[in-house]
Ligand binder design. Structure first.
Ligand SMILES: Cc1ncc(COP(=O)(O)O)c(C=O)c1O
Length: 398
């Protein structure tokens, strides 16, 4: 699963930047805490205004600290241009809106992030835009859903509940042959493990809130792609809807970017160790992790990703109540949404209708953080021993 040289180069990329030597030699980009930029002549002002996305006029359009982070992310992604937003959802909604008009049709994978689905189904639909949700693991299903008015194919690979993949090169080729723009939410893999633009996808979105920030203290998003497509978002939805990233957040995220490959390598190692351990537990029916040979798309995962991150799920025949009682006993896994930070997290829910292995009742999602994998495994085992003993005692009382 590892293309070591490419992964090694990333460590150098995140440690060096195009601004080296500027800003009095400051090793970090200064925080440009300013809403506007002033000019010493009206002519200079008019010139800057005519080229607002390269020049600095107003921070809702372009701020040097934010721009620095955008250039770093574009480099990691292999993109001509990136634009950073106030959240992942701001980047997602701007990207979707930028590529659609009334009367258009979207094909979206059915396992996309809930609010993305909601946005397409209940918000964008108000503007006479229709969406068909499809099984993203089937290229045939995607092809069958395309219509003459389809303008956007929206992917999320891997998905972040059941960890299903799409064949990105095949999807991009199909969409391109019909003049359809392809966008992907690639948050799970980050640019460290997956670079969809190299596979022909047009636009890549990340929730920066997750691994790219990695400290669970920032909210942000980014979209990357060609100057034409991202430039249109920058002068359109970015400016008009105004969901911009602040200079402070950009500086905070820039610090986090320095350790992104390092953190991801640890999330990968520990995530796989915990997942392999869970495969052997009696309360686990199936582990959904694209890095395990048992995953139905393991070969595809190896082909289109350089590694795997620390978020995965497992299905259990135990009830959600039992799995929640188990979660309550865990010492290191905190109960909470989101993921990608330093901390381990858990959620336990009923298996969504129509999904899951036969007999599965609960879907437990784990984020394996930066703690010792052995400590995490001990935590899971000890909590399960207590939960199983309590369930046995309850059964004997009945
Ligand atoms: C896969 C995925 N995409 C996008 C988002 C949205 O990101 P944000 O919360 O930064 O808006 C999330 C948030 O959980 C997510 O899990």
């Amino acid at each position: 699963m590892h293309k070591i040289n490419q992964r090694e180069n990333l460590h150098t990329s995140v440690a060096h930047d195009p601004y080296d030597g500027r800003h009095h030699g400051a090793i970090h980009i200064p925080i440009y805490q300013t809403s506007l930029f002033s000019f010493d002549s009206y002519e200079r002002f008019m010139q800057a205004h005519a080229d607002e996305h390269q020049q600095h006029v107003y921070s809702r359009g372009n701020n040097p600290t934010v721009r620095f982070l955008e250039d770093k992310l574009a480099e990691l992604e292999g993109a001509e241009m990136s634009k950073c937003f106030a959240s992942g959802m701001a980047a997602i909604s701007a990207t979707i809106l930028s590529n659609l008009q009334a009367g258009d049709h979207v094909v979206c994978v059915d396992q996309a992030y809930g609010p993305t689905r909601h946005f397409l189904e209940h918000y964008v639909s108000r503007f006479q835009i229709e969406t068909t949700f499809v099984d993203g693991s089937s290229l045939e299903a995607i092809e069958a859903a395309l219509q003459p008015n389809t303008k956007l194919l929206y992917l999320e690979s891997p998905s972040t509940m059941l960890f299903q993949l799409q064949d990105l090169a095949a999807c991009a080729k199909l969409a391109r042959s019909r003049g359809i723009v392809t966008a992907i939410d690639g948050t799970w893999a980050t640019p460290v493990f997956q670079r969809p633009l190299e596979l022909g996808v047009d636009l890549v979105i990340h929730s920066i809130t997750k691994y790219i920030s990695g400290q669970s203290d920032s909210v942000g998003g980014v979209v990357s792609g060609s100057k034409e497509l991202v430039g249109r978002i920058a002068s359109g939805e970015y400016m008009l809807l105004g969901g911009i990233m602040s200079a402070h957040t950009a500086a905070q995220v820039e610090r986090c970017l320095r350790t992104l490959p390092l953190r991801l390598e640890r999330h990968e190692r520990s995530g796989l160790k915990v997942a392999e351990h869970l495969c052997r537990q009696p309360y686990v029916l199936r582990v959904n992790h694209p890095g395990l040979p048992s995953h139905p798309q393991y070969e595809l995962a190896k082909r289109q990703m350089d590694g795997t991150s620390g978020l995965f799920s497992f299905e259990s025949a135990e009830s959600p109540e039992t799995m929640r009682a188990w979660s309550d006993r865990l010492r290191y896994f905190k109960i909470g949404v989101s993921w990608g930070g330093f901390e381990s997290l858990i959620t336990a829910n009923p298996v969504p209708t129509g999904y899951g292995a036969p007999g599965a009742r609960s879907l437990v999602r784990l984020h394996v953080g930066l703690e010792s994998a052995d400590d995490l495994i001990r935590d899971l085992d000890e909590a399960w021993e207590q939960t199983a003993a309590e369930a046995a005692a309850e059964r004997s009382e009945q």
